[in-house]
Design a protein around this ligand. Structure first.
Ligand code: NOJ
Length: 541
């Protein structure tokens, strides 16, 4: 058999370090905590872990505001802890992917502090996007762009003499100034950062905001179309010049032994355009957010699956699949509502529609089993293997996502999917640590979702994930090919992938099942396949 690169069929598990496991008991998870739990992840059956940022940072955007790209924030541990984590992971045959945040730095970063201390027009200022303001006194922002987190994307700074001077661009929080990727000095710095982590034997990078590094020349105003069809073209996302950057990076990682991975966080559509991020000389993978955003309707799912396989296939890349991450409402809650709130809005006590917990979990299990039956690579987000719902009752005072403050409490933001994991049903923090501290409070009913009580219970979500992952591996589903099966109702998805038939019923009635051994089922099979249930059946020889 020809050996294929590991990432073509891998399942990668996202660890959100703040909320995974907290060894020192300060209420914020850490690298030592992650290391102590790696065995659980190996047992779950994933191939790799992706760590969200653990670098030195003032934590205004949960670490996506990096103040030193080559240092571990003391709250998360030390570089030695990191090295130990990587060796332990490798010993357990788990690969380690780290997050790279190249679009912006923290405003605490020394590059930005040097830029502020340097005169307008200086090379230090040119590392970022400083521009004079509009209007007679320059007191209007340089253009009309808005921050993703709400409010203007520009902030004005004072000159050393105290008078007001230029503005800088920040597509996210004002503590996250955008770098100027047309500047060669910036490019060189990032080559060194990539080498730093590659030399520490990591297996790849998840690239944050990979669609945003280059802004359209002249930074023109942006007027969104009144009736957008798909994702409108903007002067800040998806500029063609970003690709040249990734080609340079790809050349670099190809010089390292082993198969190193780049996965793009690129919110780009249509799928054909997104596929440009994974051409043979660029990155290997891109997150499939179109799939994540598709409601559980058989027709819609079928078309996004076909489009993904076709678009990525055109450039020789496998598709990826994902249902949850640290920026979206957990899928066990999303699928328990008839409405979908816009990405980043979150759900909170005053949201008009709240998820039905039981229905949400049932549908989430069905959706996951469908996803893991697809060929290509999949991504899991910590806690989904426990069936965790979104925490929709976080007290206002606990919320930390900058979206909450920047929108003056109009959008709840993403804290509800970031609450620390329950490991045991008892203890003040359900085994997240041995203290009483937790950076976000956990709901008391999460005791019922604790990992320890799901272990060995064949009806638990944890055991469903384990069985699905081991079966997926044994049957090589990640490397397989999908062939749709005819003769099922329109509300049902049915396909064969190698030796497995996958059937997902999103209709209202039970359907009868073909004969064959049931390998995995997302729910009880009574009288055929009930609604909101997926099953894997051994295909006839
Ligand atoms: C995407 C990350 O996933 C998100 O959490 C972060 O806030 C933004 N990029 C800005 O870095």
């Amino acid at each position: 058999m020809v050996s294929r690169e590991w990432w073509r069929s891998s399942v990668i598990y996202q660890v959100y370090p703040r909320s995974f496991a907290d060894a020192d008991g300060d209420g914020l998870g850490d690298l030592a905590g992650i290391r102590s739990r790696l065995r659980d992840l190996a047992k779950l059956g994933v191939d790799a872990v992706w760590l969200s940022p653990f670098y030195t940072s003032p934590q205004h955007d949960a670490g996506y505001d990096v103040a030193d790209y080559c240092a571990v924030d003391p709250r998360f541990g030390t570089l030695t802890d990191f090295d130990e984590l990587v060796s332990e992971a490798h010993r357990l045959e788990l690969k380690v992917i780290v997050d790279l945040v190249p679009n912006h730095t923290s405003s605490d970063h020394k590059w930005f502090q040097e830029a502020l201390a340097s005169p307008e027009g200086s090379p230090e200022r040119d590392r970022y996007l400083f521009r004079p303001g509009k209007g007679k006194h320059g007191n209007q922002p340089p253009n009309n762009w808005e921050s993703v987190f709400g409010g203007s994307a520009w902030e004005r700074v004072a000159r050393p003499d105290g008078t007001l001077g230029e503005w800088y661009l920040h597509l996210f929080d004002k503590s996250q100034p955008d770098l100027n990727w047309r500047n060669d000095w910036v490019r060189t710095q990032f080559i060194e950062i990539l080498k730093f982590w590659l030399d520490r034997k990591i297996d790849g990078f998840r690239v944050d905001v990979a669609h945003g590094l280059i802004k359209k020349a002249g930074l023109p105003d942006y007027f969104p179309p009144k009736k957008p069809r798909g994702m409108p073209a903007t002067p800040f996302w998806g500029q063609p010049e970003v690709h040249e950057i990734y080609r340079t990076w790809r050349k670099l990682i190809d010089e390292y032994p082993g198969e190193k991975l780049f996965v793009a966080e690129a919110w780009v559509s249509p799928m054909k355009k997104l596929a440009n991020w994974v051409r043979p000389d660029e990155m290997q993978q891109a997150f499939n957010f179109a799939y994540l955003g598709t409601p559980l309707k058989a027709g819609r799912l079928k078309s996004v699956i076909n489009n993904s396989i076709a678009a990525f296939g055109q450039v020789g890349s496998p598709s990826t699949w994902v249902l949850s991450n640290h920026d979206v409402v957990r899928h066990a809650s999303r699928f328990g509502m008839d409405v979908d709130y816009p990405q980043g809005d979150g759900i909170g006590p005053k949201s008009p529609v709240k998820p039905d917990r039981e229905l949400g979990l049932k549908r989430a299990r069905a959706a996951t089993l469908l996803m893991l039956g697809l060929p290509g690579g999949s991504y899991l987000y910590q806690g989904e293997e426990l069936g965790l719902p979104e925490d929709i009752d976080l007290p206002d005072a606990a919320r930390q996502d900058p979206t909450w403050a920047r929108t003056k409490h109009k959008r709840y933001g993403r804290d509800g999917c970031r609450v620390p994991l329950p490991w045991t049903p008892d203890g003040e923090t359900f085994g997240f640590n041995n203290s009483t501290e937790s950076w976000l409070p956990q709901p008391s009913f999460w005791a019922d979702y604790a990992r320890s009580i799901q272990e060995g219970d064949p009806t638990s979500t944890l055991e469903l994930y384990r069985l699905a992952l081991s079966t997926r591996k044994a049957k090589s589903l990640g490397e397989g090919q999908l062939r749709w099966l005819e003769g099922y109702p329109r509300t049902v998805l049915a396909f064969q992938n190698g030796a497995v038939i996958v059937i997902a019923n999103f209709g209202k009635k039970n359907i009868s099942l073909p004969r064959g051994e049931v390998l995995v089922a997302s729910g009880q099979l009574t009288d055929g396949l009930p609604p909101n249930t997926t099953v894997w059946i051994r295909a006839p020889k």
